[in-house]
Design a protein around this ligand. Structure first.
Ligand code: HEM
Length: 215
């Protein structure tokens, strides 16, 4: 009988994949201020495709016993991404995703349709990350490309309706711990979480191929 809380399993068992995503060449170059704003814009476009898939599922999943509790409108990122993109990449609408981004978004949609618990793994991997390390990315972007603090360009990283991110993350973890899953299903969701990280890493790889460091 597994007694470790599910939220702890997710965090500890995806730790290596987190490190891999965080230290990918594209992320390191972005955070090291070694890329131009065009790379940041392209990255933000990829996020739009990912979050469009995540949030398009909300209506369908709102009443689902497993994924429903995670449908929280204060997390919505698509409107913020659209404002950021209108600012950093006017004309971005209709641009195709990179191949890895398309595969990532398709997997999210597939889980939303067929496996709500798997969808939760994707939800966790993105939104809890944005509420955590996302704040580091915002600071770097403001400094590197001169965006106004918490303004256009970095609104994606600002959760206007979440006044206390630490408290929010605590209650999010409590929600995870309450998800009705047996041990085997928990294990499958942890695997999907690792897959979600790998899909992010693949997206960074595609971006890195397009934007080799400039300095
Ligand atoms: C260079 C980029 C990144 C940095 C600097 C970073 C940094 C961090 C930090 C410091 C935390 C811990 C915050 C806390 O305990 O409150 C964290 C948590 C997290 N990060 Fe990242 N991260 C990065 C990239 C990513 C990526 C690409 C993803 C996935 C797409 C991700 C997903 C997560 C998740 C899900 C958590 C929450 C872990 C938990 O408490 O359960 N991070 N990150």
């Amino acid at each position: 009988m597994e007694t470790t809380p599910f939220s702890v399993r997710l965090r500890t068992e995806s730790h290596d994949q987190h490190t891999e995503a965080e230290t990918s060449t594209f992320m390191s170059d972005l955070l090291g201020g070694r890329l131009g704003v065009d790379a940041y814009a392209r990255y933000t476009e990829q996020l739009w495709h990912v979050y469009s898939a995540l949030e398009a599922a909300w209506d369908r999943l709102a009443d689902d016993p497993v994924a429903g509790p995670f449908v929280q409108p204060e997390l919505a990122r698509v409107p913020e991404l659209e404002r950021d993109l209108d600012f950093v990449a006017p004309g971005w609408r209709g641009t195709a995703p990179l191949a890895a981004t398309r595969a990532y978004a398709e997997r999210i949609s597939e889980c939303a349709r067929e496996w709500p618990a798997g969808y939760v793994a994707h939800h966790y991997t993105r939104y809890l990350g944005d509420l955590s390390g996302g704040q580091i990315i915002r600071g770097t972007a403001e400094k590197t490309w001169g965006f106004e603090r918490k303004g256009d360009g970095v609104r994606f990283y600002v959760f206007e309706q979440i006044s206390n991110p630490a408290a929010y993350k605590r209650s999010y973890r409590e929600l995870l711990d309450e998800v009705p899953l047996d041990d085997l299903e928990q294990r499958r969701v942890v695997d999907e979480c690792k897959r979600a990280f790998a899909l992010n890493t693949a997206m960074f790889h595609d971006l890195g191929a397009q934007f080799p460091r400039t300095a």
